[in-house]
Design a protein around this ligand. Structure first.
Ligand code: TA6
Length: 319
């Protein structure tokens, strides 16, 4: 379990110095720190669609398709879609998720904005500035279709915490009913890179992965780093070390730290698959994106009535 930054307290009206700003519209919540970092979260899917850091916040860290549908009519192609209660195509039959769409309903449902809280730096050390935005999805708010397909009473609170050069996204899943249920969860992050051919992914050595491009069978990951030179769709399972890193042009670009999650999916659709997705634009956008998706997708998390589970990620921009 990684050390979670202390949960930001409510914004104290009397705090000294410039305050984080939060703008709430019908469909989106935007937060900005005094030092320029920002995050934008659509209520549709609680999808983070932008995370900017760096001096004056001018480095966009996430890739968002130019054809991403942002009107709530379908899952967003890019940013950080929330995958719950099933990852990938659900089991064909005989499972509680079998009637759900690929990657479940969370990314394709309207979430509720629950509020904000922030931590101000003490004195000049602005690195402690952070702001936490909470979003909720409840079984009572699901569409009839999704409710019928997965009739369990649940509540999910999704917390997005923007810090200096970091973005933490945490899920708290609670079984609000009497009947137990099982679920999978994954944060389907589309990282933005300048040139995929100059990227290396480390922190996956010594693990077992399912290669969905090759033969959907298990393989051992022995090399210390992974380059992307074609379509990659790998589910790395039960990874011992908590951090998966991305280097670009020989320099550290991102650290993605798992919190109570043991699996990481690495995905790049490459040329043909990118062309085959209507909402993936530009067609050569695969050169500027890399999905590093932390989750619990190998097997199922089980929750009895009244029980809850928490897990997530801390993404660090190392530019
Ligand atoms: O996470 C990788 C993956 O499962 C790929 O197999 C590919 O299907 C990708 O997700 C995108 O899925 P989507 O349903 O968003 O088109």
């Amino acid at each position: 379990m990684v050390d979670r930054p202390s949960r930001p307290s409510a914004i104290s009206p009397t705090a000294a110095g410039p305050q984080p700003q939060v703008d709430v519209s019908d469909d989106k919540v935007t937060a900005r720190l005094p030092t320029g970092e920002s995050v934008e979260v659509l209520l549709h899917g609680a999808t983070v669609i932008s995370w900017k850091s760096g001096s004056k916040g001018n480095t966009e860290n996430l890739w968002l398709s130019e054809a991403a549908v942002l009107d709530g009519s379908k899952p967003v192609r890019g940013g950080v879609p929330v995958v719950f209660p099933v990852f990938g195509p659900p089991p064909k039959s005989g499972h509680a998720t079998s009637s759900l769409p690929q990657h479940g309903f969370a990314r394709n449902s309207r979430w509720e904005y629950l509020g904000k809280s922030s931590t101000e730096s003490t004195g000049d050390n602005t690195s402690e500035n952070s702001i936490k935005l909470d979003f909720g999805l409840y079984s009572s708010a699901l569409s009839d279709t999704f409710r019928k397909a997965w009739p369990y009473d649940f509540g999910v609170v999704y917390s997005v915490t923007l810090g200096k050069d970091s973005l933490q996204t945490m899920m708290n899943v609670r079984n609000e009913g009497k009947e137990g249920f099982e679920f999978q969860v994954l944060l389907h992050t589309y990282l933005r890179v300048k040139d995929i051919s100059k990227c290396q992914i480390t922190g996956l050595a010594g693990t077992t992965y399912t290669d969905k491009v090759l033969d959907a069978k298990d393989h051992s990951s022995t090399s210390p780093s992974l380059s992307i030179t074609g379509e990659v769709d790998r589910v790395y399972k039960s990874i011992k070390q908590s951090t998966t890193s991305v280097q670009e042009d020989g320099k550290s670009r991102f650290d993605v730290v798992r919190d109570n999650l043991e699996d990481t999916v690495v995905w790049n659709p490459w040329i043909e698959k990118a062309k085959g997705m209507g909402d993936f634009k530009p067609d050569d956008g695969y050169k500027n994106m890399l999905c590093v998706e932390v989750g619990a997708v190998d097997g199922w998390q089980k929750l009895e009535g009244g029980e809850s589970w928490e897990g997530g990620q801390i993404m660090k921009s190392l530019l």
